[in-house]
Design a protein around this ligand. Structure first.
Ligand SMILES: C[S@@+](CC[C@H](N)C(=O)[O-])C[C@H]1O[C@@H](n2cnc3c(N)ncnc32)[C@H](O)[C@@H]1O
Length: 193
């Protein structure tokens, strides 16, 4: 297990869990600057995104399909003193949630892809859009009217496709943040009602 200090938080990273990278930090910056109310963090991994909103929100609900990610998130909230704000669920995207809405919803989904689906922490299926598309189709049902959702993706997954799907779902989307790396850009897209 690795132990790293990111700003003023201590983050443990279990071997089976996605190690926070530049995309995680972009989402942390975007989410912590707008955080309020109740926060839903999908695909939580180590729990890093919620760890940086926890001092500003009433609650953080963290969901991941990988049970080790959920254990890892619980431990990180404990050691940083935010455990009382955390609800954790092992599950597939929005599937475990019924009749509940949030003020902030964040997702850093698996958006890379390969011929063979291997590690679910980064493999997003065809063109990396499997989870992105499911997220956009469902997010409106779980977002409060004045809430904001933040989605991370690569420019290799086609940002315009994402923006037009958001539009088709009757929602508003805009690129909030973009960083260029060697072969791609990473963007944070904001979705509102
Ligand atoms: C790129 S990592 C992001 C982790 C963390 N949010 C971060 O920013 O460092 C993607 C995460 O999505 C989880 N995941 C993959 N498919 C999922 C699904 N269908 N439902 C919930 N979580 C899923 C993986 O287990 C992994 O922890």
């Amino acid at each position: 297990m690795k132990r790293v200090k990111i700003r003023d938080r201590t983050i443990l990273i279990y071997p089976e869990v996605y190690e926070p990278a530049e995309d995680s930090l972009m989402l942390v910056d975007a989410a912590s600057s707008i955080a309020f109310g109740d926060h839903l963090d999908l695909c939580c991994g180590t729990g890093i995104v919620g760890l940086f909103t926890a001092d500003k929100v009433n609650s953080v609900t963290a969901i991941d399909i990988n049970p080790n990610a959920i254990k890892n998130t619980k431990e990180n909230f404990k050691i940083n003193g935010f455990y009382e704000k955390l609800n954790v669920i092992i599950g597939d995207l929005f599937t475990p949630l019924k009749n509940v809405k949030f003020d902030i919803i964040t997702i850093n989904p698996p958006y890379l892809w390969d011929e063979e689906p291997k590690d679910v922490s980064w493999n997003g299926g065809v063109e990396g859009r499997k989870i992105i598309d499911r997220f956009i189709k469902e997010v409106g049902n779980f977002l409060n009217d004045d809430g904001k959702a933040l989605l991370v993706q690569s420019t290799l997954n086609d940002v315009n496709k994402t923006l037009s799907l958001i539009n088709r779902m009757g929602l508003y989307g805009r690129v909030l943040m973009e960083q260029r790396f060697m072969f791609e850009g990473i963007v944070v897209i904001e979705v509102t009602k």
